[in-house]
Design a protein around this ligand. Structure first.
Ligand code: SF4
Ligand code: SF4
Length: 362
């Protein structure tokens, strides 16, 4: 009879327990969770197997399992688990550990997700933008109306954002490369690039999320937030290209179609963020616990949208308060985009790649 030798990573088990999977050890492998999960495929069910792998500290196996990214954290399995092992929460903790494990450089991911280091991650953009503010006004205003460029030198802002976002994009690309390598090593053989199209379409439609009837609020909030940000990304790109081609002048008037589209997209995103925030805060039936990892993203996202609208309104009113509000907005945008490879926002990329690598699990 073949001998099975297990080399548990004890530190990994402790990290999963601390990241929100505190009831992991209660699991006694009854498989109720895999039976009730509507997303679990017959030929490769989850989350029972991953619970065992996590209990045994099989870090590499469980973190490179695409099944982690198929779960939408509906909490059905948590509600039905007879032992209170909360497999939905354990999956949430494992996804956080996967992002930290594959992120490059790894220490940055562990620091970004450590609440004790939050002051540092706020301090960095505060110092950077504070320095820019101290450098003083550039005196550029295309229309003579109050404009942020009067307080913030735009060329410096653009140079800073391009540099840090470029570095974040490189870090993200390296992280994804490591993740794909691990997926391949775990047996995922599908052509990822060829499968990306259908996966992205499925994500935009939220078809699988819609299957979860118990979490309608989260589904609606998620969909609004996603489409809102897609709209903002599209209009932001159009405005940027227009400015570069010298056919668009900022600030846009309130009746400009691009501005109207941007505001509608922002409102959709804000509505989605508020629904998700409310749902997480209320958590009526305790189906899913929220951790710092969850709160960081939804709070920063909501803050970006609220300060974005507020600074626009204050600018229309020509109130000087628009500058400090815009300052907070810039700090939050920095915290959203530059830390993206290490925060929960990275789940967008990990989920997409995992499902493209293992379409059997879609
Ligand atoms: S997590 Fe709960 S439902 Fe799933 S196998 Fe373990 S004890 Fe059973
Ligand atoms: S939380 Fe929902 S989707 Fe995730 S494993 Fe449990 S039942 Fe399945």
């Amino acid at each position: 009879m073949a001998e099975l030798v297990v080399h548990p990573d004890v530190r990994f088990i402790t990290e999963v327990l601390r990241a929100g999977g505190g009831d992991l050890k209660k699991c006694y492998q009854c498989a109720t969770c895999s039976t009730v999960c509507t997303l679990s495929p017959d030929d490769s069910p989850f989350p029972r197997r991953q619970m065992l792998q996590a209990q045994w500290g099989l870090k590499e196996q469980v973190l490179s399992d695409p099944a982690l990214w198929q779960c939408h954290n509906c909490g059905d399995c948590t509600e039905r688990c007879p032992r209170g092992a909360r497999p939905g929460d354990v999956f949430g903790a494992l996804r956080q550990k996967a992002i930290e494990h594959f992120a490059w450089p790894g220490f940055l991911a562990r620091l970004v997700n450590n609440p004790k280091a939050l002051f540092l991650w706020v301090l960095i953009p505060v110092l950077l933008f504070g320095l820019q503010w101290a450098i003083g006004p550039e005196g550029v205003s295309h229309t003579g109306e109050p404009e942020f460029a009067q307080e913030y030198p735009l060329w410096l802002l653009e140079a800073l954002f391009f540099t840090v976002c470029g570095l974040a994009a490189i870090a993200f690309a390296v992280s994804m490369g490591r993740f794909v390598k691990a997926l391949r090593a775990s047996g995922a053989r599908e052509p990822i690039l060829a499968n990306l199209g259908p996966v992205v379409l499925e994500t935009l439609s939220h078809r699988r999320f819609a299957d979860c009837t118990a979490e309608r609020n989260r589904y609606r909030g998620h969909l609004l937030l996603l489409w809102g940000f897609v709209g903002l990304a599209v209009v932001g790109t159009l405005i940027g290209m227009g400015v570069m081609a010298d056919v668009v002048t900022t600030p846009l008037s309130e009746t400009n179609p691009l501005k109207i589209f941007a505001n509608l997209s922002g409102l959709a995103a804000l509505a989605g963020a508020l629904i998700l925030l409310w749902d997480r805060w209320r958590n009526p039936d305790k189906r899913a616990r929220s951790t710092y990892f969850d709160w960081y993203l939804i709070t920063v996202l909501t803050g970006v949208l609220v300060t974005g609208f507020l600074s626009q309104i204050l600018r229309e009113l020509e109130w000087a308060a628009m500058y400090p509000v815009y300052f907070v907005h810039l700090v939050l945008v920095f915290m959203l985009l530059v830390y993206a490879p290490y925060s929960k926002l990275a789940h967008l990329a990990y989920r997409t790649v995992a499902l493209a690598a293992a379409p059997r699990q879609r």
